[in-house]
Write a protein that binds this ligand. Structure first.
Ligand SMILES: [Zn+2]
Length: 156
């Protein structure tokens, strides 16, 4: 599935794959000069070429004076962004929420719940994630990966 990009006012919703076929070159011109909200909750795959386009997009928006807020950042995207010094270093973008892979130690269920990055900011700065109830058995789920893969970007 190719990337679908919907623009409604200052809100951009992306669904599908951010890969070689993704191009955001014409996107900034279609957006108002206010705070831009980008929802990537429906993104299922990101590769290195897609990541380059994504960085270029955020850079372009910033250079034209917009502030960017990322809503519901996809699991596949937040882990990639944690590898990019530009995002980790200077808080180039605001992240309001993101998906993270959790696993249940009691029953083994896996899910990718949405983590509220604003309400949990103090916790995330300490490289910790909030406890999430398992949708299957109700036990407390744990992050299914190294915290650094998700939380380097939030480090205080
Ligand atoms: Zn469980």
């Amino acid at each position: 599935m190719r990337l679908d990009v919907q623009v409604a006012g200052n809100r951009v919703t992306m669904t599908g794959r951010i890969d070689d076929s993704a191009t955001f070159a014409d996107l900034p011109a279609r957006l108002p000069t206010s705070e831009i909200v980008i929802d990537t909750g429906g993104v299922t795959f990101v590769n290195s070429i897609g990541m380059r386009e994504w960085i270029r997009l955020l850079r372009g928006l910033r250079e034209t004076g917009r502030r960017v807020r990322l809503d519901r950042v996809a699991d596949v995207l937040i882990t990639q962004m944690n590898l990019i010094a530009e995002f980790v270093g200077e808080r180039a973008v605001t992240i309001s929420s993101f998906h993270a892979q959790y696993v249940c130690p009691a029953c083994g269920a896996e899910s990718a719940p949405l983590v509220d990055a604003v309400a949990n900011a103090p916790l995330l700065q300490q490289m910790k994630v909030p406890a999430m109830p398992c949708p299957e058995c109700g036990a407390q789920m744990e992050l299914g990966d190294f915290p650094e893969r998700y939380l380097t970007i939030f480090k205080g």
